[in-house]
Design a protein around this ligand. Structure first.
Ligand code: SAH
Length: 357
């Protein structure tokens, strides 16, 4: 983990911002388009072949082409899932997961270094949130993962993005919105909003504001409980926003964007996983254009919370189906490589506890 000096982050600038920057350097505006395209292809300044040599040298000295670099990759022998550990320019470490599905490569991005939401079952939040990730650091994770795919001889780039790694995306609102606007631009990564999912623990004001951004991504809502009483034991955010308000914000998002909402529900043994609780949940979701994604909990021993058996998952799923709620069980990927949120980063941090971050 080497710290570098703070350099200007060109990745994460809009084409307009990049034009202004080129102008400051005395360059014609069309250079911005060239640099924008190279940056998103992961090409270092020295190899940006259509730029004058002197400009390439100036940029190398004063700017970062990618503020993120890959520290370690671990590939699952089970399904080819790749867990990525990245290093940021200031020495912080974050993680991501690259999943291979029949329909293409999906990358799970972190949005913050750690998280301050405090969910009881989540490893990402155990040390709080060190800082937000910038738009360049969000794009940079994708550029890095594309580099890993090329190195593996995989012709396909990352096609789908899920904002489901460490951090609460709507707690880093401005950077995430700017990232999404750049993500879909032609000449850049060109990934459309239909290929993006954003997962939130349910920050109601930001959800309502986000519905107006004209960024119709799939919204995933981490619900994890059939009522406020249970939700409050798992998620501190539930003390701030009652479930009714969260569900109203979901209805609002559906109305404004026409997209259905996905409810994530991690089954925790003895807490939220009984068939009676499935029925209670079905009652709350009745009539909503939604889908429930059941996640068998990755047990977090630090918090004493345990996952459920196959039988419990099936019984919960059946109870929802009987109430006509669309439901699937999330496929577990990379089970052998600490695929769950924050787990790999935690191991890395404790293995390297002597090295200051
Ligand atoms: N902050 C956002 C996104 C990050 S977490 C959110 O809360 O949605 C992505 C998903 O993984 C969330 O649904 C989260 O609740 C879930 N998750 C976190 N830790 C988990 C664990 N140990 N087992 C199963 N799911 C977990």
């Amino acid at each position: 983990m080497s710290k570098q000096e703070m350099k200007t982050q060109l990745l994460g600038m809009t084409p307009e911002e990049l034009s202004a920057y080129m102008k400051e350097l005395g360059q014609p505006a069309f250079r911005a388009k060239q640099v924008f395209s190279w940056l998103h292809q992961g090409v270092p300044f020295a190899e940006m072949s259509n730029l004058p040599k002197a400009l390439r040298e100036t940029l190398s000295q004063t700017c970062a082409d990618n503020p993120v670099s890959v520290l370690e990759t671990i590939e699952s022998k089970l399904d080819g899932t790749v867990k990525l550990l990245y290093c940021l320019w200031d020495g912080h470490v974050i993680e991501g997961v690259l999943m291979r599905y029949k329909y293409g490569n999906t990358l799970c991005l972190s949005t913050q270094v750690g998280c301050r939401m405090g969910c009881a079952f989540c490893a990402s939040t155990l040390d709080g949130c060190a800082r937000n990730l910038t738009p360049g650091e969000l794009l940079g994770q994708i550029v890095c993962a594309n580099g890993v795919l090329v190195a593996q001889g995989n012709g396909q780039k990352v096609g789908n993005i899920v904002l489901m790694g460490s951090g609460e995306p709507l707690d880093n609102y401005d950077n995430v919105v700017k990232f999404l606007r750049i993500l879909r631009m032609e000449g850049g990564l060109c990934i459309g909003m239909r290929s993006v999912s954003l997962s939130t623990c349910g920050l109601v004001e930001q959800m309502r504001r986000f519905a107006h951004e004209d960024l119709p991504v799939t919204l995933s809502l981490s619900l994890h409980a059939p009522n406020d009483e249970v939700r409050r034991t798992l998620m501190p955010v539930a003390r701030r926003y009652p479930m009714d308000e969260v569900l109203d914000a979901c209805r609002y998002y559906i109305e404004k964007t026409g997209r259905r909402v996905i409810f994530e529900y991690a089954l925790v043994h003895g807490v939220n996983a009984s068939p009676a609780q499935a029925e209670e949940l079905a009652g709350k979701l009745r009539g909503m254009q939604c889908h429930v994604n059941l996640i068998p909990l990755n047990s977090v021993p630090e918090r004493g919370l345990m996952g459920v058996s196959e039988r419990e998952v099936d019984a919960f799923k059946k109870a929802l189906e009987q109430k006509n709620i669309s439901v699937t069980r999330r496929r577990e990927m990379g089970d052998d490589i600490e695929g769950a949120c924050g787990q790999l980063r935690r191991r890395y941090m404790s293995d390297n506890a002597q090295t200051s971050v």
